[in-house]
Design a protein around this ligand. Structure first.
Ligand SMILES: Cc1cc2nc3c(=O)[nH]c(=O)nc-3n(C[C@H](O)[C@H](O)[C@H](O)COP(=O)(O)OP(=O)(O)OC[C@H]3O[C@@H](n4cnc5c(N)ncnc54)[C@H](O)[C@@H]3O)c2cc1C
Ligand code: FES
Length: 330
């Protein structure tokens, strides 16, 4: 057993062979994370003192990150007591994850390769989550895959998912070829720390590609319930696809506070914005002092958007992301 201390003085215990992130979550210490497999870099932190070892490749780190001493808490195990530079997100008050049974309420094709799945939870399950978080669905044979919840929390206890078909994918085959209404599944969640913060008075910019619109939709539902003095100064969504048919969702007309801007990369005849979401965002926002960016979807978009936004003057700690990296354990 090792003692792990983070810079705000909070201390938790980690077992030998346990990752720093797992130990923190077990002790109800909220460190930033998303994929939990060393791919997305959301859990990047620095070891100030002590020895650790990587239990898997830290694919989410660049060579520069490694040279500067960054590690990924989701795949790092302590070998001694450790002092860590990592943010404690206790203010977000994230509910602990738990495992629940659920049933498929409905399945609906939104495009030829995107399925909307609604999961029904047991009536008294009281499943609490923050808009933007994801769940892990457990399929046959121990398969687990992560999906963002596309709705804000509601009393009727259902969860909407937007699932893209990945050719040859194990769970894709289940959702698109085998799944039926009323099928029984298990889920684990809520998971992840991609939740809206720094809202009041700021300019919120959401960048999404493909099914990355799912957690954005949930966050918008949540913003719509805010009192007027808690509202952001502005809210803009840039949603990217290749062609018009990829854009399967429209915001409700009552979101008068929202600027919704589709961006297409492979439809030259499209009269709207062409190219990539980060290009459209930066060509239309020059003063970024009050801007907070939430990006979700492909890891390529997120990396490009972060680099371009920071170069354009986005303040530190104003870029939050959830990368839809492969959640299959390989
Ligand atoms: C935090 C998080 C949230 C996610 N939320 C969503 C969501 O809301 N909607 C959604 O559609 N997906 C989401 N994903 C991706 C999802 O979890 C699965 O990884 C994806 O659906 C593929 O699962 P599969 O079983 O069909 O394919 P697998 O059997 O896991 O993979 C088949 C092949 O495709 C490759 N592959 C798998 N996923 C990807 C990918 N994303 N990009 C490129 N190659 C890939 C694998 O490496 C493998 O070679 C999320 C991932 C994470 C980490
Ligand atoms: S790399 Fe650790 S949570 Fe994604």
């Amino acid at each position: 057993m090792y003692l792990i201390e983070i810079q705000n003085g909070k201390i938790f215990r980690a077992n030998a062979g346990e990752t720093l992130l797992s130990a923190a979550l077990r002790a109800n210490v909220s460190l930033a994370y998303s994929c939990r497999s060393g791919r997305c870099s959301t859990c990047k932190c620095k070891v100030l003192n002590g020895q650790t070892k990587a239990s898997h490749d830290e694919l989410g780190l660049s060579q520069q990150d490694r040279d500067e001493g960054w590690v990924l808490s989701c795949v790092r195990e302590p070998l001694t007591d450790v002092a860590l530079i990592a943010d404690d997100l206790q203010d977000l008050d994230l509910p602990p994850a738990r495992t629940l049974a659920c049933r498929i309420q409905s399945l609906q094709l939104l495009t030829p390769d995107v399925m909307k799945v609604v999961l029904r939870l047991p009536p008294k399950s009281d499943f609490r989550f923050h808009a933007g978080q994801y769940i892990e669905v457990m399929g046959n044979g121990g398969v687990r895959r992560s999906y963002s919840v596309a709705n804000a929390m509601n009393e009727s206890q259902w969860l909407e998912l937007h699932i893209r078909h990945v050719p040859g994918g194990v769970m894709s085959q289940f959702w698109f070829d085998k799944a039926k209404e009323n099928d029984l599944l298990r889920l684990n969640g809520p998971l992840g720390t991609f939740v809206v913060r720094h809202v009041a008075g700021n300019d919120l910019v959401f960048l999404a590609t493909g099914t990355g619109i799912a957690p954005v939709k949930a966050m918008l539902e949540n913003i719509h319930t805010l009192a007027s003095d808690q509202m952001p100064r502005s809210v803009t969504v840039y949603w990217g696809g290749r062609v018009t048919g990829d854009l399967y969702w429209q915001p409700p007309t009552e979101y008068a506070w929202l600027q919704f801007k589709p961006v297409l990369s492979r439809e030259p005849a499209f009269a709207g914005r062409q190219g990539y979401v980060q290009q459209a965002f930066l060509s239309e926002h020059s003063d970024l002092a009050q801007t907070v960016v939430y990006a979700c979807g492909s890891p390529e978009m997120i990396a490009a958007a972060k680099e371009a936004s920071m170069s354009a003057g986005l303040p530190d700690n104003s870029f939050y992301a959830d990368a839809f990296v492969s959640s299959g354990v390989e």
